[in-house]
Design a protein around this ligand. Structure first.
Ligand SMILES: [Zn+2]
Length: 393
């Protein structure tokens, strides 16, 4: 039985999900408009000539990217449309009001956000601290270390070289829209997370992640609902105190009402590191069992946010106390800066466009090499809070 069949049968036994959102202080990053425009660099990929890759029927880079956007826009119950601006040569990216898609064929490591050679592609989103609204997103395909194409022949599928644009674009568009990874575990045993488009790793010849899975669909329906969503109600949380020293993860039970398949639970850290998204491992309409990583939480009181959509959420302040004999106050200064609105790198001056306190999130989709019985690769998930975009050629 192949892995796809395993996933289909598992789906009948599991209603849990683990979709991750990029969020800050309980507010998921998302676009404010339902219509989002993007532009593809007119130079495209050097692996294409006259709109064709080197093998099989012709399909342009732009068409592959259009199909990837369509897979997100076509999810039922989602209010999103995408428009493509006429291609032109793109010489710089960053917070410039233009959502650019480029194939970087030289000086990949010299990009301002310093992606490693092994990252297939990187999407940078810029969002406002005040309301987590995404104001710019740019997608960069690594064309220095990888060969790009439209995988539509058997030889391309078996290739250890050709990476499918639509497959990777579908993943990067998830980041573009505010999603994180379904899992960052190479040995992920939950096939619904492993096969999801938002799984953190991919490789040459792969095309099955062109198609969104239930976990991806729940995430996008949560972020961009097309109709009214009922607001959850939280009655109690147990335990309300965990010891960060005892384990790398904690399981918490939340009782209340109106918990849905697309419900998400956030632990608001109130730091530049963003929130912790708890994985829902069991759900009924009245109860959620969630698992969260305590790594890096630090001691303190955290708010718990249970949400059916960004606009339908119940927030319990200081619901979770994390204790430890060891103090961890690394977040304190950042939080102070953010709240006071002066000093430091994360400050917003609402009157200046440059100062929309950008938090630049960088997600690399790591290259994963498949060997018989063995996996290896590089995890990349880097965040920086600077606004130092540079031009590249
Ligand atoms: Zn990714």
């Amino acid at each position: 039985m192949n892995k796809e069949l395993v996933a289909l049968s598992l789906a009948f036994f599991s209603s849990s999900h683990a979709f991750n959102l990029i969020s800050f202080d309980g507010k998921p990053t998302k676009w404010g408009n339902s219509r989002i425009n993007y532009i593809v660099d007119s130079r495209g990929s050097p692996d294409f000539s006259n709109g064709c890759d080197s093998d099989g029927p012709c399909e342009t880079e732009r068409t592959a990217i259009q199909k990837a956007f369509a897979s997100w826009a076509n999810v039922p119950g989602v209010n999103l449309t995408f428009g493509e601006n006429r291609p032109q040569a793109i010489s710089s990216t960053g917070y410039d009001g233009q959502n650019s898609i480029t194939f970087v064929s030289e000086n990949w490591g010299g990009l301002s956000f310093r992606p490693p050679a092994g990252a297939l592609a990187v999407t940078i989103t810029t969002y406002r601290l005040s309301d987590s609204q995404i104001v710019d997103a740019d997608m960069h395909f690594n064309n220095q270390y990888f060969t790009w194409g439209v995988v539509n022949t058997a030889s391309e599928q078996k290739s250890s070289r050709v990476v499918d644009i639509q497959n990777v674009a579908a993943h990067e568009i998830g980041h573009f829209l505010g999603l994180g990874h379904s899992s960052e575990n190479y040995a992920e045993s939950d096939m619904s997370l492993y096969l999801a488009t938002m799984f953190f790793a991919s490789g040459p010849g792969e095309t099955f992640r062109r198609t969104l899975r239930a976990d991806d669909i729940a995430a996008i329906q949560h972020l961009y609902p097309s109709s009214y969503v009922v607001t959850p109600v939280v009655d109690s949380i147990y335990p309300d105190e965990i010891d960060a020293r005892t384990t790398g993860s904690a399981t918490i039970t939340i009782d209340g009402n109106y918990f849905l398949d697309k419900t998400t639970v956030l632990v608001a850290r109130k730091s530049s590191k963003g929130d912790v998204v708890a994985k829902i491992i069991n759900r009924t309409e009245h109860s959620l069992e969630v698992e969260l990583s305590t790594y890096g939480l630090g001691t303190g009181d955290y708010d718990i946010i249970v949400a059916n959509s960004p606009s339908a959420q119940d927030r319990i302040d200081k619901a979770l106390a994390v204790t430890s004999y060891y103090t961890d106050d690394e977040d304190t200064g950042e939080y102070g800066n953010l709240n006071s609105g002066n000093g430091g790198g994360c400050v917003a001056n609402p009157n200046s466009p440059q100062s929309l306190a950008q938090f630049i999130l960088m997600f690399g989709l790591p290259f994963i090499l498949f060997f018989p019985g063995r996996l290896q690769g590089v995890i990349l998930r880097v965040r920086t809070q600077r606004n130092n975009y540079k031009k590249y050629n």
